[in-house]
Design a binder for this molecule. Structure first.
Ligand SMILES: Cc1cc2nc3c(=O)[nH]c(=O)nc-3n(C[C@H](O)[C@H](O)[C@H](O)COP(=O)(O)OP(=O)(O)OC[C@H]3O[C@@H](n4cnc5c(N)ncnc54)[C@H](O)[C@@H]3O)c2cc1C
Length: 408
């Protein structure tokens, strides 16, 4: 039985652990926190997962909340004018629904499931110096520790990482009491509100510790009015500030949010991080190679809501690579090849996400405008969130965009 150590109990590490257990691997997960600490901790993400990522969870019977969680059936885009009027507003249906399960709910339960399904769980915040002696005991060590300090084992790749600073100030609150959007009251949808030059507000239907809820998630351009969280407001002050910014910039969304209340005392988050792509092979002082996974090696800004989706795709791709390897050694060459196989997918997400962080070029504005008149354009844009590899064929290239708009 091949022995695999996975450091980090997030979307990628736990999904890989649970899928390897189904194939009779000897799996150990090291987690900095117990399930109860995860459950009672702060929210970590907005984690809206689209169909292709959800399917990986279903393939391994990990979709434990599928029946209870609100089904996200579409994606809408609005643009605010300088006078806070709504200058554009449309809705694109998803072919298959998306869902967002609070990572506190999901990761705590999946960590318990690792033990239930025969894996070992060690609660320990791992340091780089812990790794060399540990690595000798395993055939493969996977580092799935998100954006934590262990990323230092992996070198940044400058030609794949155009940014050296955070591109957005992030701020969110999980709330109950939001009203459905009057324009499509029977359909739960992610709403993507753009405030040109200032930032974006995502409104995401989700499932949390207390049932279904909504997430209000601001992405603020650094130095602008949405970059205002350094004073670490209390949870209630945090929500009040989000609501007052909505009232100022997006009054139509404020109207249905004004009675929102926090789902719990740990339901707010603020921060930001630099998007980065790193080398997938990390070297310990002992010379042993370890494999980086998901956010450790490809961390994009959440503006396109793809990080958990990527983590799920990365876990599925690494699972295939591990199974294909059979009894052969998990050497550096195999690690590089396994990452590049995942990168064939992730590069498209990275290109699209990095482009969305810049002011939109004229052809993208044209497409967003055209989606308001042509439902086919809105539909294609919305469904690209489930398969971002599609954007290279029409949205990201001015010539292809022009050709597509002429044909549609
Ligand atoms: C504000 C915000 C909004 C987001 N919105 C979305 C969205 O809408 N859709 C989407 O798909 N993605 C979204 N993301 C991104 C998504 O949350 C991440 O990309 C995803 O969780 C990455 O999964 P992962 O497995 O790589 O790491 P993580 O989920 O971060 O898991 C890493 C785990 O490793 C543990 N760990 C860290 N260091 C150590 C250590 N030294 N020893 C042991 N354990 C350790 C951590 O405690 C954690 O449990 C968002 C992120 C943020 C910050």
């Amino acid at each position: 039985m091949r022995k695999v150590l996975i450091v980090g109990a997030g979307q990628s590490g736990l999904q890989l652990a649970l899928s390897l257990l189904a194939h009779d691997y000897d799996v150990t997960v090291m987690s900095a926190r117990t399930p109860e600490e995860i459950r009672s901790g702060k929210v970590m993400s907005t984690q809206c997962m689209f169909h292709s990522a959800l399917q990986h969870e279903r393939d391994h019977q990990l979709n434990l909340w599928e029946d209870e969680t609100v089904k996200v059936e579409g994606l809408g885009v609005s643009i605010a004018g300088p006078d806070s009027s709504r200058v554009l507003d449309w809705f694109g249906p998803l072919e298959h629904y998306a869902q967002s399960v609070d990572q506190r709910v999901k990761m705590a339960a999946w960590l318990e499931l690792v033990e239930d399904r025969g894996g070992k769980v060690v609660i320990h915040g791992v340091t780089t110096s812990d790794l060399a002696p540990l690595a000798k005991l395993y055939d493969l060590v996977v580092i799935a520790a998100g954006k934590g300090e262990l990323v230092q084992l992996f070198d940044r790749i400058p030609e794949r990482s155009p940014y050296t600073e955070p591109q957005r100030a992030l701020s969110l609150a999980y709330v109950h009491g939001l009203e459905r959007r009057p324009e499509h009251p029977d359909t739960a949808a992610v709403r993507f509100n753009i405030i040109p030059g200032v930032g974006e507000l995502f409104m995401i239907p989700a499932y949390t510790l207390s049932g279904n809820c909504d997430i209000l998630f601001f992405e603020g351009v650094p130095g602008g009015p949405l970059d205002c969280w350094d004073d670490r407001p209390s949870p209630q002050q945090h929500l009040d500030r989000i609501l007052s910014l909505m009232k100022q910039f997006l009054p139509w969304e404020y109207e249905r949010s004004k009675n929102a209340v926090l789902t719990d005392a740990k339901a707010t988050l603020a921060g930001g991080y630099t998007p980065v792509v790193r080398n997938a092979v990390g070297k310990l002082d002992s010379g042993t190679a370890v494999l980086g996974m998901a956010d450790v090696v490809v961390a994009n800004d959440p503006i396109t809501g793809q990080g958990s989706n990527n983590a799920s795709h990365c876990a599925a791709s690494y699972l295939d690579s591990i199974l294909d390897r059979g009894d052969k050694p998990f050497d550096e060459e195999w690690m590089t090849t396994s990452f590049e196989k995942y990168w064939e997918y992730a590069q498209h997400v990275t290109t699209w996400t990095n482009a969305m962080l810049r002011p939109p070029p004229p052809h993208v504005l044209q497409i967003i405008g055209a989606a308001g008149e042509k439902p086919a354009v809105a539909r294609r844009f919305a469904n690209g969130f489930s398969d971002p590899t599609d954007f290279q064929h029409w949205l990201l290239d001015p010539a292809k965009a022009e050709k597509y708009l002429a044909e549609v």
